[in-house]
Design a protein around this ligand. Structure first.
Ligand SMILES: [Zn+2]
Length: 183
């Protein structure tokens, strides 16, 4: 078997360029799964950009941007309240990824990034209680994306939304592992 070759990989979901020894397991910026990591052709292109969308699709996207920003803010609060260092670095990573999702949706729909609504302090919660906040939140986001996919079946935008669902499912799998470690 040949050795993996170092090279630049391109994320078709968010546009990140990644220098890596072999195909990355996930996009480090947005968490996209490897089927969306490609070796750049010239020029590389990101999914679902430079298209015109129906107002109903745009308003759905606006709701998703708010949802992603609010989830990023939730992870920021959770990160600030967690006592275990592993949880703090984990939640900071999730905070960045959800923020990246808002950024890529703003780019697709050419929308200004709204200011996030700040959430209350969570420091009264235990580490375990903080981890338990993840799954309901991610499940809610997944259902919202499924509703948006139903408006645009078979399109690149549907591929984008499905890729975002896959990433949120990663977060649920991570929360299940963390619950096992902090029980
Ligand atoms: Zn990406």
């Amino acid at each position: 078997m040949s050795q993996p070759q170092p090279g630049v990989w391109f994320c078709e979901l968010c546009g990140e360029a990644v220098f890596s020894l072999g195909k990355p397991a996930r996009c480090p910026a947005c968490g996209a799964w490897p089927q969306l990591m490609v070796q750049p052709t010239a020029p590389p292109r990101v999914l679902a950009r430079d298209q015109v969308y129906d107002p109903e699709v745009v308003s759905g996207a606006q709701r998703m941007i708010v949802q992603e920003l609010d989830t990023s803010e939730l992870y920021s609060r959770v990160q600030a309240s967690a006592t275990a260092p592993l949880l703090r670095v984990t939640f900071r990573s999730l905070q960045r990824i959800e923020g990246r999702h808002a950024t890529l949706l703003c780019a697709i729909f050419k929308l200004k990034r709204p200011a996030p609504t700040l959430r209350p302090d969570l420091s009264a919660l235990s580490d375990r209680e903080l981890i338990e906040l993840i799954r309901p939140r991610e499940d809610e986001t997944i259902v919202m994306y499924q509703q948006e996919i139903a408006k645009v079946p078979g399109t690149e935008l549907a591929t984008v939304y499905q890729a975002l669902i896959d990433i949120e499912q990663d977060h649920n799998a991570l929360s299940a592992r963390l619950l096992g470690m902090f029980s």
